[in-house]
Design a protein around this ligand. Sequence first.
Ligand SMILES: *[C@@H]1O[C@H](CO)[C@@H](O)[C@H](O)[C@H]1NC(C)=O
Ligand SMILES: *[C@@H]1O[C@H](CO)[C@@H](O)[C@H](O)[C@H]1NC(C)=O
Ligand SMILES: *[C@@H]1O[C@H](CO)[C@@H](O)[C@H](O)[C@H]1NC(C)=O
Ligand SMILES: *[C@@H]1O[C@H](CO)[C@@H](O)[C@H](O)[C@H]1NC(C)=O
Ligand SMILES: *[C@@H]1O[C@H](CO)[C@@H](O)[C@H](O)[C@H]1NC(C)=O
Ligand SMILES: *[C@@H]1O[C@H](CO)[C@@H](O)[C@H](O)[C@H]1NC(C)=O
Length: 510
Amino acid sequence: MVNGKWNCCTSLRRDSIASSSMKPFLVIFPLILVVVFGIVSMMNPKEREEIIDLRSEAVLEDVNGIHNANFNHSLASTPFPVQLMQTPPQQSVINEKEVLKPWINSTDPLNETYVPHTRMKQQKKFSILDRTEAGLSQARAAIREANNMNQTQDPDYVPIGPMYWNAKAFHRSYLQMEKLFKVFVYEEGEPPVFHNGPCKSIYSMEGNFIHAIEMNDKFRTKDPQKAHVFFLPFSVVMLVRFVYLRESRDFGPIRKTVADYINVISEKYPYWNRSLGADHFMLACHDWGPETSFSVPYLHKNSIRVLCNANTSERFNPAKDVSFPEINLQTGSINGFLGGPSASQRPILAFFAGGLHGYIRSILLDHWENKDQDIMVQQYLPKGVSYYEMLRKSKYCLCPSGYEVASPRVVEAIYTGCVPVLISDHYVPPFSDVLNWKAFSVEVSVEDIPKLKDILMRISPTQYIRMQRRVGQIRRHFEVHSPPKRYDVFHMILHSVWLRRLNFRVHDDE
Ligand SMILES: *[C@@H]1O[C@H](CO)[C@@H](O)[C@H](O)[C@H]1NC(C)=O
Ligand SMILES: *[C@@H]1O[C@H](CO)[C@@H](O)[C@H](O)[C@H]1NC(C)=O
Ligand SMILES: *[C@@H]1O[C@H](CO)[C@@H](O)[C@H](O)[C@H]1NC(C)=O
Ligand SMILES: *[C@@H]1O[C@H](CO)[C@@H](O)[C@H](O)[C@H]1NC(C)=O
Ligand SMILES: *[C@@H]1O[C@H](CO)[C@@H](O)[C@H](O)[C@H]1NC(C)=O
Ligand SMILES: *[C@@H]1O[C@H](CO)[C@@H](O)[C@H](O)[C@H]1NC(C)=O
């Protein structure tokens, strides 16, 4: 376990010494694959919960992995519909006993008012889990009420403006998270693969999140009974580096390591079996994140997967998974990368420089490479030209998907005050559960790449200035701080996990 000062890279150095004497986890815990999933799934230990969707009325189905929510960007335009949430009759102080109920398999989860109170009271003492769930019920009620209330005060930041689907509901939800949310990090597993991750490069968010949650004394709990979610602390980048056999094209060793790990924690603790993994989360910025999650069926079907590779046609499910921002931290820190001039000091209309990988880029380069002075698209920058300077001189920064859907350019654009132009297919941008990307970015479909210039020219200067100002306003949600600061990228990721957890209810089987 990492200890001492909060510093992503300090502990990395320590771990690289440990790596030479690494005893593979899989040797110690041989695989005991007793597949009784069919039986386990009949127990149905999780119930669908009223959906807390800060985005809109977009259909977020129950998250048991059987239904894939149909995520529809174009539906996501109206704010949080309080009336659709059917708040239970007014109870200003919610009595815990009123909220708790035996886990009846009600077909209508919104009909919370019908509770057989008297029978329930005699039935049993409330378990710790019941209390935890009651806390979540109260949080849901508080979030639903947010629209009828004045905006809550906040010494650091008050979310406001069209960048948020519903600023008040988000703020409420964020404050509820700070008040309640507890994460248990399994201590099993050894560095470098577990409890460790890269803090530099395009995969830096793996290491940053793992270290930030392990060092956190506000959200991290050492008592698993108090936890709302359980973190599986492996890094896919480290699995690829230390477990995968180079050039082998064989995912077997990675899968076996992850399956063994889940086997160990599900033998040792009751929590995985209790929810079939639904209240567990993993993360990956590496392209092989989805592949790694296929190691164990419930890991991809039920668990919350925090993935940079948020490609809905690769089974990324926005109702239960979380889009993880890809941030290229070359020096391990954001110092010196933030900020850029105002719109009038940005002479270039649109800019892109980058390698030819993935089909979207080849379409982009085919159409625009060295074709138009306003659309600066090239593979290599001339010597002496700074990439970051180009971002700061441009009004729009093109962010086409490469080999995978996520692009570190999105956050680079946001850091330098350039309006991002997302060119991707089936990509769910980070925090779209809270942020309305249309307010501060431009989405261009792959078919519209030839019309790129027209699309950008049609945006009026006033509209551009608005968007650019909003880019500056939401920048805080993408900033990486060590230790983390309120509303920064660490807290936003955690908030996305918190929102997913609000959408279901876990119960014990007896
Ligand atoms: C998304 O919503 C729009 C507008 O409601 C609708 O026309 C379109 O068919 C929907 N797409 C999907 C995939 O549901
Ligand atoms: C629970 O489900 C069972 C089987 O589907 C059904 O017979 C029973 O009526 C349900 N109970 C409630 C309260 O819905
Ligand atoms: C709630 O459930 C009760 C009992 O099943 C039923 O009588 C009532 O009509 C339901 N209310 C709604 C709004 O579905
Ligand atoms: C909201 O603020 C207004 C003006 O400050 C006040 O009159 C009103 O009572 C407040 N409403 C609530 C629900 O606090
Ligand atoms: C969880 O389920 C697995 C597979 O059914 C079983 O081997 C294991 O013992 C269970 N864990 C606990 C803590 O009961
Ligand atoms: C998204 O997933 C689909 C299906 O696997 C794949 O064809 C497509 O190339 C992926 N997109 C990117 C940019 O990787």
